[in-house]
Write a protein that binds this ligand. Structure first.
Ligand code: HEM
Length: 408
């Protein structure tokens, strides 16, 4: 059982010191109360592993956050908002059952480990080619910019079927959509740009779907179309809307898994040595990176009805921050939670979420992260951090380095 600490003082999660090193504060918060009403954030902060997993299965909680996003749009940008919000309302992550099940079903098979595994050679080749071009052994560079950012983008574009010439606009629109969903849009002009980018992305992907209908290829869109559900259980507009979530959900997160994972291994030389000695430990090192310093710090939800959460009265409309970064270090779940260890066998970390919304891209993310680590571990025996001071993007949701200087 957890003990109660009386001296706890709440702090703002975006306080630069907490954003840079959140785990000590999150441990104090979890120990004080794993289900805590924050007056600062006007939200429940759920930090215990048990209550958090319960929340992710709780029917009184909704994943629908489209309305609050819409309410935040300044009046002057509202004209542009209607179509954009219709698109967002098709994102799996904003839907509750039974709609959520209907939508997600069309992606289940093409995202499975078996289906994604067919791209393993392509991913391995892309990884080797990129490292050979950008990371000369002995040289100094930024592993985030050299490898962790471009590789998932490259793999993702090939897997989705975005031709290289369309890459710049595709990724620009995705970044602006990310600004909107992550709450980085403030000025009316920024809202207009983000809303228009979502519409452009939707138009672009609708064109790709039409092209694949006419001429199937070896890519995600073609496999979903081959499943025969589009136009039957899910409309084409819904399918395209769901596609607009994918690059946002899978791009930066996979980059951060690579960068945070490499950083953790380099900061724990004995663990890195164990992986070098026994490559069978490599998949476990990726899981440990997801637990120890994963790309996603929290998921946001709201109460759809009043309910009781471990003796706390949660009211309909209350915001709920499911702080997975804290739950992943809950000593009631993980022995020695502050230790980075590639020898753990417990795989109940929440780095990919849990329950109905469990990350559908997990197999793809694992494939890419394992491919990079495989090459780095085998071909870069002297890989080391170049400097110990690391800066992090200010974000409630993402754990993102600004750079990862290394000697290759
Ligand atoms: C959902 C993390 C990679 C697509 C989620 C959730 C988490 C997560 C925590 C649950 C969100 C919630 O419950 O609110 C990650 C991490 C990744 C990663 C850490 C990389 C290391 C990917 C990739 C894709 C993807 C590569 C797709 C190409 C999705 C989608 C959902 C999702 C579509 C929503 C699923 C649903 O609502 O049913 N991800 N993700 N993710 N992820 Fe990922």
């Amino acid at each position: 059982m957890t003990s109660t600490v009386t001296t706890f003082t709440e702090r703002y999660l975006l306080d630069p010191a907490i954003n840079a090193e959140p785990y000590g504060y999150l441990a104090a918060l979890r120990e004080h109360d794993p289900v805590y009403w924050s007056t600062m954030h006007r939200a429940w902060l759920v930090t215990g592993h048990a209550p958090l997993t319960r929340c992710l299965r709780e029917p009184a909680i909704t994943a629908d956050r489209v309305r609050p996003l819409m309410d935040a749009v300044p009046a002057g940008a509202r004209d542009d908002a209607e179509r954009a919000f219709a698109i967002l309302s098709r994102w799996m992550v904003f839907n509750d059952p039974p709609e959520h099940r209907r939508l997600r079903k069309v992606f289940q098979e093409p995202f499975s480990a078996r289906a994604v595994g067919r791209y393993a050679d392509m991913v391995a080749r892309a990884t080797r080619a990129l490292l050979a071009r950008r990371a000369a052994p002995g040289g100094v560079g930024d592993l985030l910019a050299d490898v962790a950012k471009p590789l998932p983008a490259l793999v993702f574009a090939r897997w989705l079927g975005v031709p290289q010439r369309d890459g710049p606009s595709f990724w620009y629109w995705n970044a602006r959509v990310g600004d909107l969903v992550l709450g980085a849009t403030q000025e009316e002009r920024e809202y207009r740009t983000s809303l228009q980018s979502l519409v452009n992305l939707d138009d672009y992907l609708a064109g790709l779907v039409r092209a694949r209908r006419a001429e199937p290829a070896d890519d995600l869109i073609s496999s979903v179309l081959a499943g025969g559900e589009i136009g039957a259980s899910v409309s084409e507009a819904e399918f395209v809307g769901m596609l607009t979530q994918l690059a946002f959900a899978g791009g930066e997160t996979t980059s951060n898994l690579i960068a945070n994972g490499v950083r953790a291994l380099l900061q724990h030389p004995e663990e890195l040595a164990a992986v070098r000695a026994d490559p069978e430990l490599l998949p476990a090192s990726v899981e440990e990176a997801l637990r120890f310093d994963g790309p996603s710090k929290m998921s946001i939800r709201a109460a759809a009805q009043d309910f009781d959460l471990d003796g706390h009265d949660v009211r309909a409309g209350d915001r709920i921050f499911l702080v997975t970064a804290a739950a992943n270090r809950d000593p009631d779940r993980f022995p020695e939670p502050e230790r980075f260890s590639v020898h753990r066998s417990d795989s109940t970390h929440l780095g990919f979420g849990h329950g109905a919304h469990f990350c559908i891209g997990a197999a793809l993310a694992r494939l890419v992260a394992r491919a990079v680590l495989t090459v780095l571990v085998h071909d870069y025996p002297d890989l080391a951090l170049a400097g110990s001071a690391h800066e992090w993007q200010s974000s409630l949701l993402n754990r993102s380095l600004t750079a990862l200087p290394v000697r290759y």
